[in-house]
Design a protein around this ligand. Sequence first.
Ligand code: FAD
Length: 423
Amino acid sequence: MSKRVGVIGAGTAGLHLGLYLRQHGIDVTMVTDRAPADYRHMRLLNTVAHHAVTIEREEKLGGNHWPDDGYFGHHYYIGTQPQALRFYGDLHAPSRAVDYRIYQPRLMLDFLERGGVIEYREVKADDLPAISERFDVLIVCTGKGSLGPLFQHEPAHSPFDRPQRALCVGLFKGISEPPVRAVTMYFSPGAGEMIEIPTLTFSGMAAALVIENIPGGDLEILAKTKYDDDPRAFLDQLLAKLRRHYPTCAERIDEDEFDLANGPLDILQGGVTPTVRKSHVVLDNGKLAISLGDVQAVVDPVLGQGANMASYAGWITAEEIVRHDVFDERFVEHVNLRRQDRVLAATRWTNFMLTNLRTMPVELQQFIGRLSQDRALADTFTDNFNYPERQWDCFASLERMQAWCERHAKPAGKAVMQGALAS
Ligand SMILES: Cc1cc2nc3c(=O)[nH]c(=O)nc-3n(C[C@H](O)[C@H](O)[C@H](O)COP(=O)(O)OP(=O)(O)OC[C@H]3O[C@@H](n4cnc5c(N)ncnc54)[C@H](O)[C@@H]3O)c2cc1C
């Protein structure tokens, strides 16, 4: 049976879905608001790291154009002193970050080369019934934009009504790379977190700084001060905050060279309200529209999960489209059963960390202490950024955190988190 699939939005969810369907000979039409040529002159969209599990999917989809630009693990720095607690964990295979203004248009071209069709226009909610008439199934993956609220908010999985961090995110030059190419995660308890990601940009490798600032804390100002108003004043303020909160990053900065990597569009400020929405909506004409990617579940970027889960959910949705001939509520049930563990686990783990990193309860301090003393634990924790359901298996309760340490510790390190359990 020939199937016609409509996809609204050509982001990571839509592109991975579309490329999979084209590999299986299915007709796919994407409707999206930007053409490949538009991306070069846009403001930074985000700073996305794809983990190895996502890169494996790209490989299978013929969309891994950057096989040698990955990084190998995570450095962790906890505390604001130069002698902060520090440790390192390895990934089983490299993760990789490419500026999405390069990545997404490249995959759009792949999709077009493989017979996919793209229509360029902004879609409004009122347009959906007419669009849905043209297809057997309609998938909505327009990211954090305006179509999300069409899908009912799920309060049980959406504990926050506002962003939990004020974000200041940019691509920077003048920061020397550590000897092993890796992400560095910095924690300044009470003020926020910073993730430094080696990223392929329009001018080669640069450092993405994802500065996650606790509202009301000392770093929040970074999300409000505008680079464009006075670039030098912005950079001076940023350097001062880095010296105070993230000195191990500041010490690798050449202050004469430090600036946005490719000009004033390389910065993004704002916040994300973590939200889970229903998997589908019945349109006025009785047809279904299915939510995918950020439309279904959007998380704060602190743990780098959003695009990875969007890709995973895109792949699962595509597999189910291939398997089914009827796209009804039963179809949605199949998609959901397969995608929801990863999507919900990534959501819960990210929300747990947003809350607990803020106050650093003793249990989390002790858990981090264990990671810092046992490389086997640090490696497993780091590699599990690939598998958020395994992270949530660990963090869902104190008992689980302890059991996880026992199971994954190298034999000599199997001490009990007694203090944590007694408190
Ligand atoms: C600062 C930051 C850092 C991040 N870091 C990471 C990370 O390290 N790892 C990670 O996995 N995730 C990360 N994310 C999250 C990631 O960016 C998103 O989860 C991911 O892009 C979601 O994919 P998507 O396909 O759902 O949406 P998007 O990638 O946002 O794509 C949406 C598509 O829809 C189109 N569109 C939007 N509105 C309309 C409309 N009305 N009509 C037609 N087309 C429309 C857009 O042009 C685009 O093509 C980060 C996010 C931010 C903000």
